[in-house]
Design a protein around this ligand. Sequence first.
Ligand SMILES: [Mn+2]
Length: 444
Amino acid sequence: MSEMSREYEIAKEHYEAVGVDVEEALRELEAISLSIHCWQGDDVGGFERPDSSLSGGGIQVTGNYPGKARSVAELRGDLEKMYSLIPGTHRLNLHASYGEFGARFVDRDRIEPEHFAGWASWAKGQGIKLDFNCTCFSHPKANDGFTLSSKDPAIRSFWIEHVKRARAVSAYLGREQNGSCIHNIWLPDGTKDYPVDRLGMRRVLERSLDEVFETEHPSGEMKDAVESKLFGIGSEAYVVGSHEFYLGYAITRGKLLCLDTGHFHPTELVADKVSAVLPFLPELLLHVSRPMRWDSDHIVVLNDDVRMLCEEIVRSGRLSDIHIGLDFFDATVNRIGAWAVGARATQKALLAALLQPQQRLLELEEGGDLIGRLALLEELMVVAIDSVFPNPPGPPALPCNLQVRVAHRDDRCALILKVLESVQIRDTSRSDETHAKCVHGISS
Ligand SMILES: [Mn+2]
């Protein structure tokens, strides 16, 4: 028996001793498809024009690490590499600005399913499903800070048309993949300083959303989600689509609510919101991110926030109603590595939650043994999950995770080497001189 499988057997026995079925936990983990965001691969630039880049919207990408995907083909290559570093089958979350528009510029109010046919066919070939988002930022008509809540009828109708078309694209993708595509609406709308017409702007947004949703698409093709935010750069004082606004909207209109872990006060526990909204919502969308002091969109790591979020997802018993997306973008490091680390951290948190003896914890809590509950939870923090964390399929075998554990030092090195190797692969395919020089400097 290899060292790895021996460790697995020992870990399995330990978990069984506290009433946890490891095989079952792994089956449940395998059934969870993360919706992985395309925008980590090119710093939220999109491909509407050559050299498109993120602008406005109150969000920012920092860093200029070499290797940013410059075309749809490069992004797909990077995505394929990223998926190979993650166990399981996962979805891809696309933004409308990532269409294949050809040589002619196609404005947002003119997008069609045909611009995403290439993505649908690529996804089929990869055996993955797609989710979709309207893109209501990085556009001259979003520069004054308002889209669907704009009081300018021309601006407002432009964005209503865009979101309607993005929903139609989602329905098309859903038909192509024979499974629902989740369309998420996030808007940057808000003001830098205190406005006097908070209610007026929210009423405009409510009306615009109602208009956007006039067309009904079968839920087997697409489902709608709405994403709130606390503040952005330039919208510090007021965001039209706040949490309370969208919570009310989602409940009254039967839409999915999207909770982004970076879109709340930094001391607020987003994990606590899962059980607060689930009684009122049939389904929920999560955007897992790592805010550092603000909505900074750092790469997700296995921290308390993510662990507790995953515990709440698992404990809710509503795993199939909760869609887990990732939302971060860091341009200071290798982007394929960023995706892989963030996705694997989310999976590790899910696995850790699935491996908790929920029944035993509940008995301790209901029996008033609160120190017993604390002691067990505390012990579980240091039970190594890496002995049972699955490897992605196909050779060469990948290590379990990056958790500090001496026995697996070689495995950890192997993962880092795999990530570096992906940089080298890109080095040969993207022959720009500066890029090659930087990569050489990093990998040597
Ligand atoms: Mn988000």
